[in-house]
Design a protein around this ligand. Structure first.
Ligand code: SF4
Length: 259
């Protein structure tokens, strides 16, 4: 008998836990969005794609979908204003990532162990090239926000320096709008109060390349330390950080290490 589905049940299907795939031995990928964690062990597990012990709570997955929708709204607004640059493949086709068309600029950095990342926005503003990240936070956190959150700072600074390196190397030479630029001037974070979606407020923070440089030096040092652990497959010490919500907390308590 075929089970009748409706749109609500089909939506909830998209929030179901992914079937954990066995970890491939060569798996190694530093995710810029995870590089800001204070816990080296958590970064180690994430970089080696160790299967998680716990699924992401459903409310957090729903928040993620709202965040994706918000990103689309913001990108459409900036595209309509003529400041957002869309990425295309060298053959002129629109890239497909995660099963959907995606015109965010891709980055990768073998030197930092990053296989892939995507920048929310590449903008030309007042004849200057800028990168942007869209972020949302709760109505409790929003009024207190005075600067990019540390994990968002690290993620975006990685994007900025890797993008500028790729731009210099010619990785984006097929994007005509970027022809005259040799580097992005800096990074912009656009925060939205997600609990007030009907009448949301926004805050913007800006770092130039010069301001971001000391942060990038620290990131390179941190990823160098991570590499000493991953090269020797030595489990880093625990550095408790939001352990109650860490997806590897069961393995961590057993001091699990990869083979
Ligand atoms: S449970 Fe805590 S100490 Fe262990 S990996 Fe996660 S954050 Fe780090």
């Amino acid at each position: 008998m075929t089970i009748q589905k409706n749109l609500v049940s089909i939506f909830y299907d998209t929030l179901k836990p992914e079937v954990a795939k066995p970890r491939k031995p060569d798996t190694y990928n530093v995710k810029p969005s995870e590089a800001g964690t204070k816990c080296m062990r958590k970064l180690y597990y994430g970089t080696f794609k160790v299967p998680k012990d716990f699924d992401v709570p459903q409310n957090v997955k729903k928040m993620g979908k709202m965040g994706d929708g918000l990103g689309t709204i913001l990108s459409n607004a900036f595209r309509n204003q003529g400041i957002l640059i869309d990425y295309i493949n060298e053959d002129g086709s629109i890239p497909v990532n995660f099963g959907a068309l995606n015109q965010e600029f891709p980055i990768k950095s073998p030197e930092l162990g990053i296989k892939s990342g995507f920048i929310d926005g590449v903008f030309i503003m007042n004849d200057e090239l800028w990168l942007g990240e869209y972020k949302s936070c709760t109505d409790k956190a929003f009024p207190k926000l005075k600067a990019p959150k540390p994990e968002h700072l690290i993620q975006a600074v990685i994007y900025l320096f890797v993008f500028n390196k790729l731009l210099k190397e010619g990785a984006y030479k097929h994007i005509p709008e970027l022809e005259k630029f040799t580097e992005a001037k800096g990074m912009r974070w656009l925060y939205v109060d997600r609990n007030n979606m009907i009448n949301f407020e926004m805050k913007e923070y800006v770092y130039t390349v010069e301001q971001a440089k000391p942060v990038f030096v620290q990131i390179v040092e941190k990823l160098g330390v991570l590499k000493t652990y991953t090269d020797s497959k030595t489990l880093p010490p625990k550095t408790p950080e939001w352990c109650a919500s860490c997806p590897w907390r069961a393995k961590c308590s057993q001091n699990y290490n990869i083979n």
